[in-house]
Design a protein around this ligand. Structure first.
Ligand SMILES: *Cc1c(COP(=O)(O)O)cnc(C)c1O
Length: 346
């Protein structure tokens, strides 16, 4: 029998990337009609790209192996050698993608601190747009992230960011790895977010639950350029309809099940915040992510004690990260809380 769920007794909330494909997804993968996507004739990939473009309200979309490659294809398509992009100091594209834009694109990043709500201060953005002068890199692109550490950016902020970008003649890219979590949180169609951006990268492999893949959405021209970069980066695959089929199942759900993940995160955060050892800012638990500082116990100790009880969590510095997802059930809230109680009592 194929394994369709997490190994029993293990609760893995390190990330929402850990979900196992559902039996519906596996069936769709088994049944997928495929071609050779490098020749552009894999019907399942084409269908996924059409669905994604339509849902995000863009002309075209490109299926890529990862969110990292999706963001990189976007940056390489928007910017050339010697151009600059403005980005958050802790943004995934800047911090967690190996410096790909600089290494492979000779694109200079201009990082700025995020404000507590996950936005970038637009006055600061405007201030660091460089004049047209040989001393400076050419500022071309503003890159935002949504959700940013689980926070959904306010819709009116997105409109202001678009206006600022237009005024400064910048393009606007969204690392929308978790854009569906943001749309569910805000109670709006995902196009209310995507419409402000020239390009949007969406992870199928996070909360949406697909095993692999991301889609980059944008104008036909931009996606044409991105397709060329994808080939160069080694991301053009062959019978990739097999994995795209799971992506279709994932994205077609429109992230509706994410409500449940957000509710579970809320309940878990509230119950963990009762512990003296935990310091959780509940106002930033907006979607499926919980960040909690530990007051008295060390992070590695707690991570290990939780692991010994079959609960996998992430920790860095003095902070724990817990992420709910479709393989985490409402009943797991109590199990995880009880495991923390034991971890804290040594
Ligand atoms: C996960 C993630 C990515 C990259 O996705 P991978 O598929 O892991 O390469 C990009 N941006 C954000 C905000 C992410 O959380």
């Amino acid at each position: 029998m194929p394994q369709t769920e997490s190994p029993s007794n293990i609760i893995d909330i390190r990330s929402d990337t850990v979900t196992r494909p559902s039996s519906v997804m596996r069936q769709a993968m088994a049944d997928a009609v495929v071609g050779d996507d490098v020749y552009g004739d894999d019907p399942t990939v084409i269908k996924l790209q059409e669905i994604a473009a339509e849902m995000l309200g863009k002309e075209a979309a490109l299926f890529v192996p990862s969110g990292t490659q999706s963001n990189l294809c976007a940056l390489l398509s928007h910017c050339g050698r010697g151009d600059e992009y403005i980005v958050g100091q802790w943004a995934h594209t800047y911090r967690y993608e190996g410096g790909g834009a600089a290494v492979l694109g000779s694109i200079q990043p201009q990082p700025l601190d995020f404000l507590p709500d996950g936005t970038l201060d637009l006055d600061q953005v405007i201030d660091c747009v460089k004049p047209d002068d040989p001393h400076f890199a050419k500022t071309r692109l503003l890159c935002l992230e949504n959700t940013q550490m689980g926070k959904a950016l306010p819709l009116d902020y997105l409109a202001q960011a678009r206006a600022a970008a237009d005024e400064q003649q910048l393009r606007l890219h969204l690392d929308g790895a978790r854009i569906f979590n943001a749309s569910v949180k805000l109670g709006v169609d995902v196009t209310e977010i995507s419409r402000h951006f020239d390009s949007v990268s969406v992870c199928l492999s996070k909360g949406l639950g697909a095993p692999v893949g991301s889609v980059l959405c944008g104008s036909a021209d931009l996606i044409g350029a991105a397709r060329r970069w994808r080939k160069m980066l080694g991301g053009a695959m062959r019978q990739s309809g097999i994995v795209a089929a799971a992506g279709i199942v994932a994205i077609s759900g429109r992230g509706e099940h994410l409500h449940k993940d957000h509710e579970n995160a809320q309940r878990l955060a509230q119950s963990l915040n009762e512990f003296d050892q935990f310091d959780i800012d509940l106002s930033v638990v907006q979607t499926n992510m919980i960040f909690g500082r530990l007051r008295t116990v060390s992070v590695p100790t707690v991570v290990q004690r939780m692991k010994d009880q079959g609960v996998l969590i992430s920790g860095f510095g003095d902070t724990l990260r817990l992420v709910t997802h479709c393989d985490f059930g409402a009943e797991d809230v109590a199990t995880v809380t009880a495991a923390f109680e034991r971890a804290f009592s040594g």
